[in-house]
Ligand binder design. Structure first.
Ligand SMILES: [Zn+2]
Length: 245
C-alpha cells in the first residue's frame, strides 16, 4: 500500500509490507521509496514512531538518493552502469529496426557491456518497466543457475545438507534460512556481487541450518569455511546498495 510521510517538508513515498513470519521492523530505501517490512501484528503507529525516531537519518538518506548523481534508479540508457559478478558493466541501449515487440538484453561480460536492444516500434512507449523486468528475469535465471552449482559444492564442503533453495527478487537482504525446513532463500540479484561475497552468503545461510541465531557458535562455523568472513560481512554492509536498480 502506498503512503507518503512528511519529513522536514519533503513528501517521501512509503510502501509498507506485512509479513506473518517476520519478527522485526525493517526500514530501507529502494530507489526514492522508503520500504517498510513489518510483522503483521505490529501496528502502523509503532512504525510511525520508529520513523519519527530515525527522522534525521531517513531525511538525509532521501536527500542523498534524490540528488540525481547518487540515484540508483536506472533509466536503462547508454552511459549508465550496472554490476554483474562484481564488475561494472556499461549499459548500452540501441534501437533496432525490427518488427518485434520483445526487448533483447545481452550480457557481454568480456567487453564489460550490457546491451539493451529495443525495437524501434517500442521506442516511444514507456519501456522502462519492460527493461526492468527483462533485467530482473535475466539476473534471476543466472543466479538460479549459479546456485545450482555453488550450493551443492558448499553443502559438500561444509557437510550441511539442505532440502531446497528458492530465489526471489529482494533488496533488503541477500539470503535467509528456514531451519526447520532446511529451506534457503536467496535474492535473485546475488549474481551482481563478486564471487567471494556470493560464497560467503551461501555459507552463511547453510550454517543457519545448524545454528539459527547469529551467536558465537554460528560465526565460528562460518569462519571455518570463510576465514575472512568479518571483512566480507563489512563489505556487504557497506555495499548493500550495489544491488539496487
Ligand atoms: Zn544470518
Amino acid at each position: 500500500m502506498q503512503y507518503y510521510i512528511n519529513i522536514k517538508e519533503q513528501k517521501i513515498p512509503v510502501i509498507i509490507r506485512n509479513y506473518k513470519k517476520s519478527y522485526k521492523i525493517i526500514i530501507f530505501f529502494k530507489g526514492n521509496t522508503l520500504n517498510i517490512s513489518k510483522p503483521t501484528f505490529v501496528k502502523i503507529e509503532e512504525v510511525m514512531q520508529m520513523i519519527k525516531q530515525n527522522e534525521n537519518n531517513i531525511y538525509n538518506q532521501y536527500i542523498e538518493i534524490t540528488s540525481s548523481k547518487n540515484t540508483n534508479i536506472k533509466q536503462w540508457v547508454t552511459g549508465e552502469k550496472i554490476y554483474y559478478k562484481g564488475t561494472e558493466l556499461n549499459i548500452i541501449r540501441q534501437i533496432v529496426d525490427k518488427n518485434i515487440d520483445t526487448i533483447q538484453i545481452l550480457l557481454k561480460q568480456e567487453e564489460k557491456k550490457l546491451l539493451i536492444l529495443v525495437p524501434n516500434r517500442l521506442e516511444n512507449k514507456d519501456i522502462k518497466q519492460s527493461i526492468d523486468k527483462g533485467i530482473k528475469d535475466l539476473f534471476k535465471n543466472n543466479t538460479q543457475a549459479m546456485l545450482g552449482v555453488k550450493l551443492p559444492y558448499w553443502s559438500n564442503i561444509t557437510n550441511i545438507k539442505y532440502n531446497e533453495f528458492k530465489v526471489r527478487d529482494a533488496v533488503s537482504k541477500f539470503g535467509s534460512c528456514i531451519k526447520s525446513k532446511k529451506l534457503l532463500h536467496f535474492t535473485s540479484r546475488l549474481i551482481m556481487l563478486p564471487e567471494d561475497k556470493i560464497d560467503a552468503i551461501i555459507v552463511h545461510e547453510l550454517c543457519h541450518i545448524v545454528h539459527a541465531n547469529h551467536g558465537k557458535d554460528f560465526y565460528n562455523l562460518v569462519k571455518k569455511f570463510i576465514p575472512n568472513y568479518s571483512d566480507i560481512d563489512k563489505w556487504l554492509k557497506d555495499n548493500s546498495n550495489l544491488i539496487m536498480f
